[in-house]
Design a protein around this ligand. Structure first.
Ligand code: ZN
Length: 391
């Protein structure tokens, strides 16, 4: 192995990276000022040995494990009740993106008197929050995808309206992140693939988003390079610690980069996830080439740079999308949304909700509801050639 895969980083938050570093969880909680942490995790992880060990290692800790995929306000409410009843003073958000988002929202809401939706990421609504009522978070991701561990927001489903809303506050950033590749070795191949491509889409959409942000661009390019190199290895052999460690880093890099913006892939994937309860990463992985095709005339130069950084055999947009399609196929990602149970009967709603999703503003060219509906219909049917490229 060419590297020790171990380091302490302070960008964008304090990150302790290295295989086996979950043994430092107690020290992380102490450093974050917690004495009675609440561990928030996914429903599927509550009996996992890693969660039992964490619970045993943390004095005064309790477990809240009722978070499902696409976390909803009811999950946050239930977690808040446990947090308050147990007089906890911080959250260990431990699991996949859903657990991280739910855990961050519980910590954020723990000392607020206004309802959750008052803090949606609209204008300066975040200033409505009482900063002294935000409990600290230690984040421990067990998938390499969303990068929520380095984000200042949570995506929460409003069950009443079926819309995913972004809850934002600068202090929602976890105090300490532990990136321990050993926690991800048990991830099944399909989840590794879907979450890994989500991280790729974060880097890609951020790099192509308009605006002047060379820092984000640099992080995004290196993130894409790592994923190109290591995602196939992590999928081929889940116990490949180097590949797992590089993918965890790349996932954090994707979320670091996308403060620049996302784009049409996420704009469509959010309402699809809300209406059809599909896996976020998988949804993005399927939609990616359809949105790329729509944007192709606007991203030619960017695709040229990406294809050089990835050292692809054919340069430019054509070589890049050929690689995306090949990677998707090799990793077992379905080609159409229909294959994961998504139908076109909500196409009009999906188009209009995608148009008002905050991610839509980061698309390299403006997209309206009709265009997003058209891209969505093509993705349902699996017909990339029917996506009309915008000029
Ligand atoms: Zn994503």
């Amino acid at each position: 192995m060419s590297t020790t895969l171990r380091g302490n980083w302070n960008y964008p938050t304090t990150i302790w990276a290295g295989p086996g570093r979950i043994t430092e969880l107690g020290a992380a909680c102490a450093q974050a000022g917690m004495r009675r942490p609440l561990i928030v995790t996914d429903e599927g992880l509550i009996h996992a040995p890693m969660i039992k060990s964490a619970l045993a290692a943390l004095k005064g800790a309790a477990l809240f494990g009722a978070v499902r995929g696409n976390p909803a306000s009811s999950h946050v409410e239930a977690g808040l009740q446990v947090f308050r009843a147990g007089e906890h003073d911080g959250v260990v958000a431990f699991g996949g993106g859903s657990a991280l988002d739910a855990g961050k929202a519980v910590a954020f809401m723990s000392g607020q008197s206004r309802p959750l939706w008052d803090f949606e990421d609209v204008g300066d609504w975040w200033t409505r929050a009482d900063p002294s009522g935000i409990a600290p978070v230690v984040a421990v991701p067990t998938t390499a995808g969303t990068g929520s561990e380095v984000g200042r927001a949570s995506v929460i489903l409003n069950e009443a309206t079926h819309q995913k809303k972004i809850i934002f506050h600068p202090l929602m950033m976890p105090r300490i992140v532990i990136l321990d590749a050993e926690l991800t070795v048990g991830l099944p191949r399909n989840v590794t693939a879907a979450t890994g491509i989500d991280a790729f889409v974060h880097c890609f959409e951020a790099f192509c988003a308009p605006g002047f942000h060379p820092l984000a661009d640099g992080v995004a390019l290196e993130g894409m390079r790592l994923i190109h190199q290591f995602l196939p290895r992590a999928c081929a052999d889940g116990r490949d610690i180097e590949a797992r460690a590089q993918m965890l880093a790349a996932a954090s890099m994707g979320a670091t980069a996308f403060q620049k913006g996302l784009g049409g892939v996420h704009a469509i994937a959010h309402p699809v996830g809300s209406w059809f309860n599909t896996h976020h990463g998988l949804t993005n992985a399927i939609i990616l080439p359809y949105v790329m095709t729509y944007n192709r005339h606007a991203i030619g130069e960017k695709a040229e740079v990406i294809s050089r950084v990835l050292n692809l055999p054919a340069p430019g947009f054509d070589g890049f999308i050929a690689w995306v399609l090949e990677m998707r196929r090799d990793l077992g990602i379905p080609h159409s949304l229909a294959e994961i149970g998504v139908s076109a009967d909500k196409a009009t709603i999906i188009g209009s909700e995608a148009a008002i999703d905050p991610s839509a503003g980061g698309n390299p060219i403006p997209v309206n509801a009709a265009q997003l509906e058209h891209i969505f219909r093509a993705a349902v049917a699996g017909r990339i050639e029917t996506v009309v490229s915008a000029t």
